[in-house]
Design a protein around this ligand. Structure first.
Ligand code: NAX
Length: 328
């Protein structure tokens, strides 16, 4: 059917959404024949700025954009939504303790989880981009008991894409030649971009590159600290690339992954690869018919095991912290 798909986006007046909304409305998310209805959530003081963004959406005259609704009440904005992109979050301000940050975001993601639980469409898929993305997704998921857990994902696709390009540039090949990239764990500086299953033109990337010093001293820190490097260079955090990754994750979740490749998605662990069940951790995933599965059977050597364990330990600490705050 060509009924519009209802797409909710939060943080809609922020900088990521200034790219994201236009990509969705142009058809980059659901293809060139699928109309979309945008449902945009913001906090009250940002609604005026959001009205300006809606004026610009109007001024694009996108043929696929059937309507736009805005508001500051999640229960209304999320009513009947099929896809929800949770981008808005509370940034860490100067002097803010880590527990304050978790608590401020906890308030946002408990409320939004409940609103999705009570008002979203039965088929809703929820993708969290707002940081700390994995733990915010865990909070939303836990506060939405009627929505199956596997409908809650967090974004590590930006890290995945960053890693693809680093490998392509090192090997001197077009980025499309690089496949089977995996980001493991948390979307944070502890994430583990895994070169040992990556392929360059179908050959093992670690063998093609054959430079363990580059992997440890260049590749890993470059990908892990890329967000900070963008801030340093641009004076603002990654926005267009984060929007692109948000579109690509949700697009692949809806329409499927390419035959013979996989992508990185942070999904609730089923215990695969020793990641404790329930943590929202990044894994190699494929998608068929709108359902993802974690790629099984990859061999994990000691180097990778240590890196995966470290990032998963951080996720467990975040979970314990939000649990002790009563958020999950
Ligand atoms: P901005 O500060 O430009 O925009 C965030 C917007 O969210 C603001 O307009 C704010 O009013 C709104 N907001 C706050 N609380 C809200 C609520 N309860 N309901 C609805 N809207 C609310 O940040 P931006 O650069 O757009 O980044 C958004 C989030 O993405 C941040 O948490 C950021 O850390 C995170 N990122 C995540 C990435 C990832 O790969 N997972 C990478 C990029 C980015 O750093």
């Amino acid at each position: 059917s060509n009924a519009p798909v209802k797409v909710a986006v939060t943080g809609a007046a922020g900088q990521i959404c200034y790219s994201l909304l236009f990509r969705i409305a142009s058809g980059a998310l659901l293809g060139p024949t699928q109309p979309v209805e945008l449902r945009l959530l913001e906090i009250t003081p940002a609604l005026k700025a959001l009205e300006g963004v809606v004026m610009e959406l109007d001024d694009c005259a996108f043929p696929l954009l059937s309507s736009v609704e805005i508001g500051d009440d999640a229960t209304q904005v999320f009513d009947g939504v099929n896809l929800a992109m949770l981008v808005g979050a509370r940034p860490r301000s100067k002097g803010m303790e880590r527990s304050d940050l978790l608590e401020a975001n906890g308030a946002i993601f408990t409320a939004q989880g409940k609103a999705l639980n009570d008002h979203a469409a039965d088929d809703v898929k929820v993708l969290v981009t707002g940081n700390p993305a994995n733990t915010n997704a865990l909070i939303a998921m836990t506060n939405a008991p009627d929505i199956p857990h596997h409908r809650f994902n967090a974004l590590t696709r930006l890290d995945h894409n960053r890693a693809l390009t680093q490998v392509a540039q090192k090997a001197g090949v077009p980025v499309a030649e690089v496949t089977h990239m995996t980001i493991w764990g948390n979307h944070s500086a502890t994430q583990y971009p895994d070169l040992f299953h990556t392929e360059i033109s179908g050959r093992n990337a670690a063998e093609v590159i054959d430079d363990q010093a580059w992997v440890e001293q260049d590749f890993l820190p470059t990908v892990q600290k890329r967000g900070a490097a963008i801030i340093e260079a641009r004076g603002a955090s990654s926005a267009a690339s984060a929007a692109n990754a948000t579109v690509e994750h949700m697009r692949d979740w809806v329409t499927g992954t390419p035959e013979g490749d996989w992508i990185s998605m942070a999904v609730p662990s089923d215990g695969s690869y020793g990641v404790p069940e329930g943590l929202i951790s990044s894994f190699p995933c494929t998608v068929t018919d709108g359902e993802y599965s974690i790629v099984q059977g990859l061999e994990i050597d000691d180097f990778s095991r240590g890196k995966i364990d470290a990032t998963v330990a951080e996720l467990a600490e975040e979970r314990d912290a939000v649990r002790s705050l009563g958020l999950i």
